[in-house]
Design a protein around this ligand. Structure first.
Ligand code: MN3
Length: 212
């Protein structure tokens, strides 16, 4: 057994209107599936061939054989990033939207001054990422940090590889394939609509696990 495409925890149309149905179908069924297939092909003859958790592989990229390391970085990275992305969203009003409470809510207020200031910082990280990549909220050294990575790099790959490190608890795909059908070039509009479908309970679970 190797990597497998996870089912979405909601229907393809569940994130409307923030993310349209056709984008979800293509993004999950074509893009994410391709990352899974290409990662499996790249890892086939390596010691990671039986690994089912992409986070285990991308956290140890220097141990991946040279000849396939680039393909694994892009495709196991893509698998890990998309699996996280689906899991931290939910339909607006049915788990999606609102504001974080509990320890995560407190930490966001302490770190960024307010939830609105956090959203401004995170949106800027996504809007200013040139080309394709991801915006992140991570836990690093017990602190919350906002940043971004190019392509399918993950903060789990470490600063030397991804340029930004930590345990991701919230991630936003800012590749054009994530928003172009509905928003065309208007990436900031996609980001501002996306807050309506962020599943803060799921993010808080990740926060608690990262802090434990
Ligand atoms: Mn994507």
């Amino acid at each position: 057994m190797a990597f497998a495409l996870p089912d979405l925890p909601y229907g393809f149309d569940a994130l409307e209107p923030a993310i349209d149905t056709q984008t979800m179908q293509i993004h999950h069924g074509k893009h994410h599936q391709a990352y899974v297939d290409k990662a499996n092909a790249a890892l086939k003859d390596t010691p990671f061939a039986e690994e089912t958790d992409p986070n285990e592989v991308i956290s140890r990229l220097p141990s991946v054989p040279d000849q396939v390391r680039g393909a694994v970085r892009n495709n196991a990275g893509g698998h890990a990033n998309h699996a996280l992305f689906w899991s931290i969203m939910a339909p607006s009003g049915s788990g999606g939207g609102g504001a974080p409470g509990g320890a995560l809510g407190d930490a966001i207020t302490q770190t960024f001054n307010s939830f609105d200031d956090f959203k401004t910082r995170f949106a800027a990280a996504g809007a200013t990422r040139f080309g394709s990549g991801w915006a992140w909220l991570v836990v690093s050294g017990g602190k919350l940090v906002v940043g971004s990575t190019p392509n399918q790099d993950s903060p789990l790959m470490g600063e030397d590889i991804a340029g930004f490190a930590g345990t991701p608890i919230l991630g936003l795909d800012v590749w054009e394939h994530a928003y172009y059908l509905r928003y065309q070039n208007r990436r900031p509009d996609y980001i501002s609509a996306w807050w309506d479908v962020v599943n803060w309970s799921a993010v808080a679970e990740r926060y608690d696990a990262a802090m434990a």
